[in-house]
Design a protein around this ligand. Structure first.
Ligand SMILES: *[C@@H]1O[C@H](CO)[C@@H](O)[C@H](O)[C@H]1NC(C)=O
Ligand SMILES: *[C@@H]1O[C@H](CO)[C@@H](O)[C@H](O)[C@H]1NC(C)=O
Ligand SMILES: *[C@@H]1O[C@H](CO)[C@@H](O)[C@H](O)[C@H]1NC(C)=O
Length: 246
């Protein structure tokens, strides 16, 4: 027992030291997704000492944004767009645009350069609205089959077929083939389009990392009860329903 505890302790100590060593060398790296026109906040979570002859920088790719020695200097292309807080070294970049996507680094430049934070930032525009439309309906008193499509401004539309009895619906199998994956690749990277059936609703969801839009329809709107059945008195309908469940 004692030996085991000892071994565990040793192991923990090892993790402890190697962990802190990683932090000092500044390997903390994060990916951030942000919507256009929002403010991006970047922080340095580890303690930073600005020794003699050292300068702190926030950089975007190889462009300097702000420099701190004893005073603060904001470089020309970022004047009026950033706020920098020397007490905690955090940076706020206002009103981000697609071109602000890329790698941001907090660097202390002294005898050597040491990176204290790295952020991979991807700015995305909100996704465009989506439209769920009904392509075809085959309706009979016993069953209803229909095909719907999801359409957006830019990406290729997708469509699915469903087959329903009077109570439930399910996706027809095999699903109708969508556009070939190669056609989709350029869009998959930025946004995705999904058509799903949950409970009674058919939902089209257009989403990316920062936003989503949707359009939805109840399948009973697409498959109205046809013929005489639609005009049945509520009381009779109840009877019909309970006899069906047996
Ligand atoms: C840094 O300091 C500023 C000013 O005190 C504060 O508004 C901001 O929230 C701080 N940032 C972090 C990440 O603590
Ligand atoms: C719907 O599809 C099912 C299965 O293919 C078929 O049996 C049924 O007759 C179809 N109904 C209509 C109204 O087309
Ligand atoms: C749409 O998809 C996104 C990403 O998968 C998800 O976060 C969001 O909740 C979905 N919206 C609905 C209404 O299902």
């Amino acid at each position: 027992m004692r030996l085991q505890t000892f071994a565990v302790r040793l192991f923990l100590c090892f993790i402890g030291t190697s962990g802190s060593r990683f932090q000092v060398s500044g390997s903390s790296s994060q990916t951030r997704f942000i919507q256009t026109n929002k403010d991006l906040q970047l922080t340095v979570t580890e303690g930073v000492q600005l020794g003699e002859g050292a300068t702190f920088y926030w950089k975007f790719k190889n462009i300097n944004i702000v420099r701190l020695i004893t005073d603060i200097f904001i470089y020309n292309s970022y004047k009026g767009r950033v706020e920098f807080f020397p007490q905690n070294l955090s940076l706020t970049l206002q009103n981000v645009q697609l071109s602000d996507s890329g790698i941001y680094m907090a660097v202390v430049s002294g005898e050597q350069d040491v990176t204290h934070a790295t952020y991979t930032v991807r700015v995305e525009a909100p996704v465009s609205p989506v439209l769920l439309s009904v392509d075809s309906v085959f309706n009979s008193p016993e069953s209803c089959n229909f095909t719907v499509s999801c359409t957006t401004e830019l990406s290729p539309s997708i469509s699915r077929s469903f087959t329903c009895d009077r109570h439930t619906c399910e996706e027809a199998h095999p699903p109708t083939p969508g556009p070939a994956p190669s056609d989709l690749t350029s869009f998959v990277l930025t946004s995705s389009l999904q058509l799903s059936l949950t409970n009674e609703r058919i939902t089209c969801n257009h989403s990316n990392q920062v936003s989503w839009t949707q359009d939805t329809k109840n399948w009973r709107e697409i498959c109205p009860i046809s013929g005489k059945e639609g005009k049945v008195e509520p009381f009779l309908l109840l009877l019909l329903d309970s006899s069906c469940k047996k």
